[in-house]
Design a protein around this ligand. Structure first.
Ligand code: HEC
Ligand code: HEC
Length: 192
């Protein structure tokens, strides 16, 4: 009986979340959170822990989002998150965690992938497992994510506009521009 109620409740949350999401988020993040805009990350399949943390950080201004234009109106994730309460964020986190991440169709420089893989194994694998595709790391999804978005976030970490683990930032700062390009192409090449 308890199990039955849990399942029904989860389905209810997902349903309510779907309506909210399609109204407020999918205009930028794409159908079910699978974005086609280079600047906008795919959020389908993110763990609900990572999702809630990201929204909290946007809300409190701990993470500064880039500005983004939608139908001629300029907005950003800080303003969007401030308009959501805790319950709405929780529901949205469950909804997006239940959606399937689809690897992005984008230009990939295949000649850089072997180099990128080496850099990944040495510097990133410990925290971004399964070639960056494992949501359970609670560190985003890098495998199959937009290259433009990945570069913008790496620059934000390096410029201290976004907080991240000190170990990661030290590694990102040590890598040469060419190493970063290679590792990003490696992540982009991940299909699953
Ligand atoms: C106007 C376009 C737009 C709308 C509408 C929008 N987003 Fe975003 N979202 C973005 C952009 C652009 C980013 C990347 C921000 C940055 O520069 O860090 C982003 C980032 C995010 C991230 C961080 C993803 C990651 O991997 O760290 C989450 C989570 C997110 N959005 C959730 C939402 C939710 C939930 C909604 C609806 C309530 C929403 N967004 C509506 C444009 C939008
Ligand atoms: C010590 C663990 C650790 C290491 C090593 C690490 N990362 Fe991270 N990474 C994280 C965590 C944790 C986050 C989530 C930060 C947050 O809370 O916003 C993250 C987030 C990211 C993001 C943003 C994801 C998103 O969806 O917005 C990118 C891009 C990234 N890491 C790239 C890398 C790359 C490239 C390497 C290797 C050169 C690397 N990381 C090494 C722990 C690590």
């Amino acid at each position: 009986m308890i199990k039955y109620i849990t399942v029904t409740l989860t389905m209810f949350f997902i349903l309510v979340g779907t309506v909210e999401a399609s109204q407020k988020c999918d205009s930028c993040h794409g159908k079910n959170g699978n974005s086609t805009e280079p600047e906008v990350p795919t959020i389908a399949g993110l763990s609900s822990t990572y999702f809630k943390d990201a929204m909290k950080n946007f809300k409190r201004g701990k993470r500064q989002s880039e500005k983004f234009s939608l139908n001629g109106r300029v907005t950003d994730m800080n303003a969007i998150a401030r308009n959501l309460n805790r319950k709405e964020i929780t529901r949205l986190s469950r909804y997006y965690a239940s959606q399937t991440f689809v690897a992005r169709k984008q230009n990939i420089n295949y000649s850089l992938i072997a180099k990128g893989k080496k850099i990944y194994r040495r510097n990133c694998m410990r925290c971004h497992s399964k070639n960056g595709t494992n949501p359970d790391d609670d560190a985003g999804i890098l495998g199959g994510q937009s290259k433009t978005y990945l570069i913008s976030q790496i620059n934000q970490f390096k410029n201290r506009k976004r907080k991240g683990p000190r170990k990661m930032i030290r590694k990102l700062k040590k890598l040469k521009a060419g190493d970063i390009t290679a590792v990003i192409n490696f992540f982009a090449s991940q299909q699953r």
